[in-house]
Design a protein around this ligand. Structure first.
Ligand code: GDP
Length: 498
């Protein structure tokens, strides 16, 4: 009975959409166009959108757009493993084609497993080349529908509106295919997409509800930040008493700044909210001790950074923080504004791995001479993403390599014959992957490795072969100190440097 009741409350939920793509390819223009033409409820004197998300209605169905610089919101979402958007629109200018951030955005979309629609934009421009854009996408393994793949796409002009209706229809179709549902009877949960501090009103957060409903009087918690919902506003800044899934809302009155990209939960009783925060804090403490242990094992690659203005330094620091590896991390040990001087180089005491970067600045002869003597390379950049790309390759080169075992195939031993010296003939079946002649094997018994060996002869249907595939039976001779018996699993593997 209870179950049926629950089922009744589950309804289709409007999709939450994020727009991504390379800078200047038209993300803001598209968001503006959709906002201007599709918001139903208009305030007198035009639309006064108050927060960084909005709802539109297309074919009588709602769609929520996240209206923040897409990339940032999305990368935060990636960092925290959160799933804010249900659908991503990848905007590509048909004039410029696929660019660096197009690829970056695509990677984020794939990694977060978000369904995607490609919007080929600026088709009104004389320089637009739709075919070429599609070709470039295919070269980057972004396969559109009818171009060797399944990704739906629309050809649009965000400026004059061509094709935007089609794009909105595609969003609804994709949303239906994804079967997005929500239960309005639950207490609301979702994500924080923006936080502001208003001198008069205090801390305000924009939230996207992903499930459930929120009403006045409930308590919201974001990690250890709390807020009693006395003021709920919709995306137009209008005070409302309740809201439900997929809607963007603004909540005023948090006791501390919640983090963008993190999850929020709501509670009917304040005491439950307080309990939740206590549990969260406990979990956080455990995590901290664990992280400390892990971090202490990481290799530090020191960076000395000089740049033209403080804004550059801030931007670069952000980019550097994003480059991470399990076993190494960059650390800016010294930073400053102005050219790279001799004393900057003399101050280097961190060994061969140090990286010296000049961003939009020069150096002088004496600094260069000292650097050369000490075997230190100075690298200059003018474009942040070029520097980031270069640093990524440096991380790859300098990080400690770890050898890991990569299993290439598994086989179950069905019969084991007698052994002579350290050789044995066995018969079995490949259960996974492939088994190769001359490969090294691990002998597993009840999931434990009991020894290793090598395949020195391999036969299928009594004929010598070099490889046996999944599903096939084989006979083989192995060389090993361990005697293999029926039921053992052989794993062929290779050592990979990662
Ligand atoms: P964003 O950086 O991706 O948000 O790009 P913007 O939306 O700011 O667009 C960059 C420039 O391209 C602006 O000057 C827009 O007016 C222009 N633009 C965007 N979309 C179109 C379009 O469909 N057609 C034309 N002709 N120009 C466009």
């Amino acid at each position: 009975m209870e179950k049926n009741k629950q089922k009744e409350n589950i309804m289709n939920r409007p999709p939450v959409v994020v727009i991504m793509g390379h800078i200047d390819h038209g993300k803001s223009t598209l968001l503006d166009y959709i906002r201007k033409t599709n918001i139903v409820e208009k305030e007198t004197g035009g639309i006064t959108q108050a927060i960084s998300a909005y709802e539109v209605v297309h074919q009588n169905k709602k769609i929520t757009f996240i209206d923040t610089p897409g990339h940032e919101a999305f990368s935060k979402m990636r960092e925290r493993g959160a799933k804010i958007a249900d659908i991503a629109i990848l905007v590509i200018s048909a004039e410029d084609g696929v660019k660096m951030q197009t690829i970056e955005a695509w990677k984020t979309i794939v990694e977060s497993n978000t369904p995607c629609i490609v919007a080929i934009n600026k088709i009104d421009k004389p320089g637009a080349n739709i075919e070429k854009t599609k070709q470039e996408l295919a070269e980057k393994e972004i396969y559109l529908e009818n171009y060797g793949g399944k990704i739906p796409f629309a050809e649009i002009s965000a400026k004059i509106g061509t094709g935007v209706d089609d794009l909105l229809s595609l969003i609804l179709i994709l949303a239906e295919m994804e079967n997005l549902t929500g239960d309005g009877s639950l207490d609301a949960s979702g994500f924080v997409i923006e936080v502001n501090l208003d001198s008069k009103r205090g801390i305000m957060a924009t939230l996207i509800i992903k499930n459930g409903s929120i009403k006045n009087g409930m308590t919201i918690v974001v990690e250890d930040a709390m807020c009693s919902t006395r003021i709920i506003e919709n995306f137009l800044g209008k005070i409302i008493n309740e809201a439900t899934f997929s809607s963007p809302i603004r909540i005023v009155g948090f006791d501390k700044m919640p983090k963008v990209g993190t999850q929020f939960k709501t509670f009917q009783k304040k005491s439950d909210a307080v309990k939740y925060i206590e549990n969260w804090k406990e979990g956080k403490n455990l995590e901290k001790t664990k992280n400390k242990k892990e971090e202490s094992n990481k290799k530090i690659i020191p960076i000395i950074l000089k740049a033209d203005v403080s804004g550059s330094i801030e931007a670069i620091e952000k980019e550097i923080a994003k480059i991470n590896d399990e076993n190494a991390e960059f650390k800016i040990v010294s930073k400053g504004i102005g050219p790279i001087t001799e004393s900057d180089i003399k101050g280097v005491s961190c060994g061969a791995d140090v990286i010296v970067i000049g961003f939009n600045v020069k150096t002088d002869k004496s600094a260069l001479e000292v650097a050369e003597k000490r075997g230190i390379t100075i690298s200059f950049f003018e474009i942040i993403y070029k520097m980031t790309e270069w640093l990524e390759t440096q991380m790859e080169e300098k990080r400690p390599k770890i050898e890991t075992v990569e299993v290439t195939g598994r086989a179950k031993i069905i019969r084991a014959f007698s052994r002579t010296k350290e050789r044995q003939i066995v018969g079995g079946k490949v259960t996974e992957g492939q088994i190769n002649l001359n490969s090294t094997i691990r002998i597993m018994r009840r999931e434990f490795e009991i020894g290793r060996g090598k395949i020195i002869n391999l036969e299928k249907n009594k004929t010598k072969v070099s490889v046996v595939d999944e599903g096939s039976e084989f006979g083989m001779m192995i060389e090993s100190k361990i005697e293999v018996v029926a039921g053992d699993i052989l794993e062929s593997f290779s050592m990979i440097q990662k």
